[in-house]
Design a protein around this ligand. Sequence first.
Ligand code: PLP
Length: 418
Amino acid sequence: MRTEVFQQYESEVRSYCRAFPTVFKRAKGSFIEGEDGRRYLDFFAGAGALNYGHNPDFIRDKLIDYLRDDGIMHALDMYTVAKGEFIQSLQEKILLPRKLDYRVQFCGPTGTNAVEAALKIARKVKGRQNIFAFQGGFHGMTLGSLACTGNQYNRKAAGTVLPNVTFMPYPFGAMEKIDTIAYMDAVLSDPSSGIDKPAAVLLETVQAEGGVVVARVEWLKKLRALCDKHDILMIVDDIQVGCGRTGNFFSFERAGIVPDVITLSKSISGCGLPMSIVLLKPEIDKWSPGEHNGTFRGNQLAFVGGAAALELWTSLDIQGQVEKKARLVESALRSIIEEVDPRLSLRGLGLIWGVDFTVTGDNDLIERVLAKCFEKGLIIENAGRKGQVMKLLPPLTVSESELQQGLDIIRTSMKECF
Ligand SMILES: Cc1ncc(COP(=O)(O)O)c(C=O)c1O
């Protein structure tokens, strides 16, 4: 199949396919295959939706068994065996061992819907309209989550006001020099600051789309204390960097903090099937029945995949694997930077890493490098405030030799373009 059918009939809104202009057909593990048989190593992993790689045998077989058995496919939010088993495994494998007490809310299938739900419940519980979000943050494309998203290109597309959100500085770039927590404290403590007290602070502990900006542990701890001091809920959006991406299952674990509300999506189903959830402390679960409703809040196959993924989380020791591979990626990227242009900066942890090209002053360079990577068989995307960060997001199950192969492609592509 040629790409004309898409170019002629699919909406102009299509995006990733423009960077990877081939027609894909099959995928396995860390590889995705074009219909022409060409294999690409996937360091994009569905933007973090494929932490267990493509079609992992264990999860795929569970899905096939479920389908063969005529397992229920659609049930609104009725009680089903698949949902019950998912809730049970989330409790037993993730929440209880961490002594975390959360209720689980099933949302519409996309991440943005979980963010909408989190914002709604925070406003309801606290009886306040404002939300503090962070500069550089990304939370989704529907009006509530978009109002909390910094990117101007995306915001403009709303075509309407995006109200009741105040952006606070995330400690990055010029803002790294100021004490952003002290600034927020001053704003909240001054009755004449002109800024309404928020119901919640919404944050990513690692800004992924914002250019792989890793918040320091100390900053996260102080932010938690600030929320407590001013009676504000803390919502951690773990949609991209949760489910093991940073090493721990939840990205905030490294700071030893406990959010009031957590949003999860992307890799929670373990196999790329759409599903999103909100975890709420029981005292915040003040929903009335059906107040946040939706036809597709019960993706049964995603529940089956999700329960299977949590089995893999423990049996494959994903956390241990990520810690080991993180060291390999970090040292390889450092040596590439040293060789190609020592001015470039590197940020990341676990298996999310970003090489920041901003310092080169050549805004098109990153596009050339990514296109070169694709030419050589590697799928990798950019992120960042100005799109200047090459973001590595391989499946967490990637093998060390596959990692090496991808890093070699990055090295030669950069060398050829710089
Ligand atoms: C941190 C974060 N929140 C929310 C979203 C929105 O998720 P979705 O695209 O599934 O609506 C994303 C998507 O990339 C994300 O990275």
